[in-house]
Design a protein around this ligand. Structure first.
Ligand code: PLP
Length: 450
């Protein structure tokens, strides 16, 4: 996958668009999103957006979840991954495009995005007859890059991260007269995202808390403004991946600050600095911020597939991840709404998440055991495993690396169990029958190579 992405960049570098002039290195500021004059959004901004985009986006269901039983909370899921391009980003993109002046429509728009905002702009731009250019960094999932092209946008894969992609997009905006639309900080984007909050309070009564994933901060700013304006007692809780805690660090610093981010399953949240408008709008309204670990994102994705039949990407599953990790136990017994805000996950990453989730659950177990190399040695091991009711998925054996005993063989087994207790039973049985048994805690690291 990474190689494919490199190819895109090389193709682009070879084309006439890639000249590295001094001018290209300049960084132009986005006039809508500045440190000096951040804009605090108001409730009428959101109601105006709701009115305008009514026919352009889908009013997604917000329904009681099967997860209520396992979390001890009355959970409602706002299924915004059901938007046409698979994320809530359509709300803001649709509104921002509808608010362009005639002159701006003529020249077209540009944005830098890791994927969902780019998809949303591409789709609604095509629908509304506005030319869209998106600059996506090489870390953007390849599936999202392809889909933007299919929606008719001009796609440029450029930059190692969002910062570099954005610098390039701002540059092009200056040169070609495009309007730059920041995916989390443009005031119309924040207003559009707020319509998700409006729908939630219309669809569910007596909500105690809303748990919102946070990247650049546009979603939580809009949702918090909508929800708190109508029901000030509803708690608004933000969730970030611990690998990109830009909002938490901005709160500590009292202003948006650039931070170093690491690759994460929640790629949609990997923003190195939150938006200025998003920050000033959201900060006074947020009751709590939580940082989640990667394994809980994987488990949340697994639970949503198994219990809800929903395919949700890491960023979209962050709210549930925080609850499953036990980081919001104060909400037990309460009515909690979780926006499932995106479903655009690469199929290969989904497969690895499911495996990783099963491994953390203790339902996918890997162990190595040294057995006799005499005939029947491995058969005896298989019989023993079979007796415990555990199912073997993979088995390999090797001789060369056993230094001490030439009549032994090391067997590595990956197997499926029913749960952690079942896995423990297997562990006890193996320890009782063999002297050298080593259990591996994880199957594969999942975040290192995307
Ligand atoms: C699926 C998903 N959830 C949540 C977010 C966070 O939104 P924001 O950047 O407005 O904070 C994003 C951002 O791209 C996303 O793609």
């Amino acid at each position: 996958m990474v190689n494919d992405q490199k190819q895109y960049v090389e193709m682009w570098e070879e084309s006439d668009q890639g000249e590295q002039t001094e001018e290209n290195q300049q960084y132009f500021e986005d006039p809508q999103c500045t440190a000096d004059s951040p804009q605090v959004l108001t409730f009428p901004d959101i109601t105006s957006a709701a009115f305008k985009i009514k026919t352009g986006i889908i009013r997604t269901p917000c329904v009681k979840s099967h997860l209520s039983a396992i979390t001890g909370m009355d959970i409602y899921l706002k299924k915004d991954f059901l938007q046409f391009t698979g994320s809530f980003k359509e709300r803001g993109a649709c509104y921002a495009l509808m608010m362009l002046s005639e002159e701006q429509r003529k020249y077209g728009v540009i944005s830098a995005s890791l994927g969902n905002h780019a998809l949303a702009l591409s789709y609604h731009g095509h629908r509304l007859g506005v030319h869209v250019t998106v600059v996506m960094p090489i870390i953007a999932p390849i599936m999202k890059i392809q889909c933007c092209k299919q929606h008719g946008a001009e796609v440029i894969v450029k930059g190692n991260d969002m910062k570099e992609a954005k610098a390039h997009a701002m540059n092009l905006a200056q040169k070609k007269g495009f309007t730059y639309i920041n995916g989390y900080d443009h005031p119309h984007i924040i207003s559009g995202q707020g319509t998700l909050g409006l729908e939630i309070v219309e669809q569910v009564e007596d909500i105690d808390a809303v748990v919102v994933p946070v990247g650049g901060g546009g979603l939580i700013a809009g949702v918090a403004l909508a929800v708190k304006s109508l029901h000030p007692n509803i708690k608004v809780i933000g969730v970030e991946s611990e690998r990109c805690s830009s909002f938490s660090q901005a709160l500590e610093a009292g202003k948006p600050v650039p931070i170093t981010i690491q690759s994460t399953l929640a790629d949609g949240l990997a923003v190195p600095m939150v938006g200025y408008n998003a920050f000033v709008t959201a900060a006074p309204l947020i009751d709590k911020m939580v940082l989640v670990k990667e394994e809980w994102l994987a488990i949340a994705i697994l639970r949503l597939v198994e219990l809800e039949k929903c395919v949700v990407e890491g960023a979209g599953a962050a709210g549930l991840a925080a609850i499953l990790a036990g980081q919001l136990n104060e909400l037990k017994g309460k009515k909690v709404v979780i926006p499932l805000c995106g479903g655009n996950i690469d199929t290969t990453i989904l497969g690895r998440c499911l495996e990783r989730g099963l491994a953390v659950d203790g339902r996918l177990v890997k162990f190595s055991v040294t057995v006799s190399d005499r005939p029947g040695g491995i058969a005896d091991l298989c019989k023993l495993v079979n007796k415990t009711g555990v199912s073997i998925k993979d088995i390999i054996h090797e001789r060369a690396w056993i230094a001490s005993d030439v009549f032994s063989v090391q067997v590595t087994v990956v197997c499926e169990t029913m749960d952690k207790e079942h896995a423990n039973k297997l562990r006890q049985v193996l320890n009782k029958n063999y002297t050298r048994v080593v259990f591996g805690d994880t199957i594969n690291p999942i975040v290192n190579d995307f």
